[in-house]
Design a protein around this ligand. Sequence first.
Ligand code: LR7
Ligand code: MN
Length: 593
Amino acid sequence: VIQVDEQGNNIVSSFENVASFRQSRHRHGTKNSESNENENEIQRPPPPAHKPDIDTGESYLPYESEILRDLSRQEPGLGDNGEAAYLVGEARIRGEEIYKKIALNEELSEHLSYNRTLADYRHPQCLKQHYNTGDLTASIVIIFFNEPYSVLLRTVHSSINTCNGNMLKQIILVDDGSTNEELHDKLDYYIRTRFPPGKVIVVRLKNRLGLIRARLAGARVATGDVLIFLDAHCEANIGWCEPLLHRIRESRTSVLVPIIDVIDAQDFKYNTNGYKSFQVGGFQWSGHFDWISVSEKERRRQQRVCKDVDLDICPTWSPTMAGGLFAIDRSYFWEVGSYDEQMDGWGGENLEMSFRIWQCGGTIETIPCSRVGHIFRDFHPYKFPNNRDTHGINTARMALVWMDDYINIFFLNRPDLKFHPDIGDVTHRVMLRKKLRCKSFDWYLENIYPEKFVPTKNVIAYGRVRSLHENICLDDLQQNNEKPYNLGVYSCSKDISKTQFFSLTKSKVLRNELSCATVQHSDLPPFQIVMTSCFENDDHNEKWQYLGNRLRHILTGLCLDHRGLHQGDYIQVAPCDPYSRTQSWTIDHGDDS
Ligand code: LR7
Ligand code: MN
């Protein structure tokens, strides 16, 4: 099946296969041995809370019977308490098949109740808090593009089950042009018959506009005081709403993130790291989000401001956010520039919003008493519009508006984006920044993320570390996210790029963005170079001297040497030899700070 987007280009959704797979399964009514399809054992769903207002026999009956059938396949108690669940026999095989296609075990999801329970993973102190949310209400906005129907419904049910009372004004589902049939009339019918009128609203976009514009469409129709955004594959945990509304009532410009727990895409186990430890958001200079630990500086700030509550549950400043799950005062959302509407597809909007919030006077905080599970998938089950790197393009737009001169570091990591024709014009966002009188990126780094390493600051040299005589450069061999790892060599890239970007700091540390070069010494050289967490090594293992083109490791007195190595090999240190051609190195740029 081919779908045409707003520019008239064809997009073939990988989900089409899934849709037809599912439909044929339903049409042919394949019996499976695990679910109780015996008439007598069909578990009847509770009667609809509200009778459908229009039940023209034509659309009513087929959907009603399909929904009853769906409910009859759910196994009561399965996956309760957020425990892992398993299928057997043919269902297990179907689960594995669908998992390969969409990185999520949709078959298993269909066997789990929409209302399965989760254990209460909150810090015990949370239960003692008295939250004052006044009469604040929330609108939950859930956007989806071809998400599995049962997973989406579980997101809706779990939100309603846990965000109770008058607090939850409405749930707004935004369909970003899904082609999966089940998400159309059947979903509408389910909502009409299973939820009180007006509680769950569906907004349908004619074409796929991308998640940024889908969120905007949802926010436009929302009427609650607070907007809470969720991905379409979440399960909210007990009591997650109160602490969010309470904090926004206290501080209108605080943008809040729950602790995001990991729901396993294969067995639906709800995983937590225990209630004490959680991470906050950081970023990499390539424009990617990453998770970082809470800094010492932030711990000290919390000690100053959180006198009345246990520090473990104190709102925790976060330099960035992941982007999918957050709460924000609705009027503040619009005041502070909502989103960059020209961002297409997926990606980049989270760092854009993060930098904007901080630079323009707000805060981003993790609220430890609020926990929501999210299904993390190994790959995207959908293609990006026009097969473009929308994450890269959107991130470049962000960088042009918010990063000032630091954009150079971004482009050093992403030379591919420097002259990308699709980045477009950002004038209106620059005007927004002026209008809001936002602070500089320099201010942001210094005050909000001082522990972030800036590869061009306080350095003796930075760039590619190149052999003086051969086309060989130090290279992380794409192991950057693993730690520790062996440093390698590769033929030099045309420009500086992420894997060949190193700095030699004024404190004599040879490093890249995330780790520092140390020598793993044992009996006899040559020894290999291991990239490890910085400043955790005693005895100066991280220190290097750069003299007369030689990179000499101070602790061992050995020199960086690529003798006999080919691209892809691990680099070594060997006894220094002033005549060696394989020990001569040059680094692209000298000090420019
Ligand atoms: O074209 C699209 N239209 C959509 O409506 C593409 C996606 N979507 C929907 C999709 O159905 C889903 O509900 O948008 C939502 C997010 O897409 P995912 O779940 O494929 O994204 P993700 O969880 O891999 O990515 C994270 O980063 C994104 C950057 O654009 C978004 O901000 C996601 O919301 C965000 N998810 C989270 O922050 C959850 C925590 C994960 C982490 C880290
Ligand atoms: Mn997601």
